[in-house]
Design a protein around this ligand. Sequence first.
Ligand code: C5P
Length: 228
Amino acid sequence: MKKITIAIDGFSSCGKSTMAKALAKKLGYVYIDTGAMYRAVTLFALRHQLFNADGTVKEKELKTLMPDIHIRFQLDPSTGNPRTFLNGECVEKEIRGMEVSQHVSPIAAIPFVREALVAQQQTMGKEKGIVMDGRDIGTTVFPDAELKIFVTASAQVRAQRRYDELKAKGMPADFDDILKNVQERDYIDTHREVSPLKKADDAVELDNSKLTIAEQDQWLYKQYLSHL
Ligand code: C5P
């Protein structure tokens, strides 16, 4: 069957990864979580003290070190889920914590960071048969993707989902901090100069605030069938 490119964009914590991962599994496609790549660069920057006290990034130093940052994904043999590796180390758990979430949006707003990661993403998807989720996949990474989805949900619903997810993983979580972080990231992601988060003109919008995961998966599969 013809392989296509599927771009899933939307706000933080709106369940993009869950639906993208499930669809990729069902279709036998590659799944790429581009947020994990921005998170891995952020973790690298935190470990190398590349943030100023006011939360801005030491861009010159980061630019020099960018060639030393190698990110790849590997499937966990026991769960089949992708795990993120930074310079050979599995950082899947660490990149999901609050410290990385609180620093990632300024990193993702830096043009040379986006340029480097977008180039890698385009290489990963050049054979098609890929489901990629992020903020700029349908607008910048794969503007010619056959199927583009733009996912939204209220900030409250998204913060609750993130809270439940962290708790389920046994990680520290405070609902008010998470809500504030979700709102701050929405603001920075939609207002940055390079590739701001916005719906591509030809994307199909989904507000999944009231959908179960099963309903959302069904909706997405129908979209896939209708775009073949
Ligand atoms: O998807 P996730 O919430 O893990 O993404 C973390 C952050 O990475 C986002 O808040 C955004 O700042 C950035 N990001 C981006 N472009 C992408 C994916 C993520 O700017 N394609």
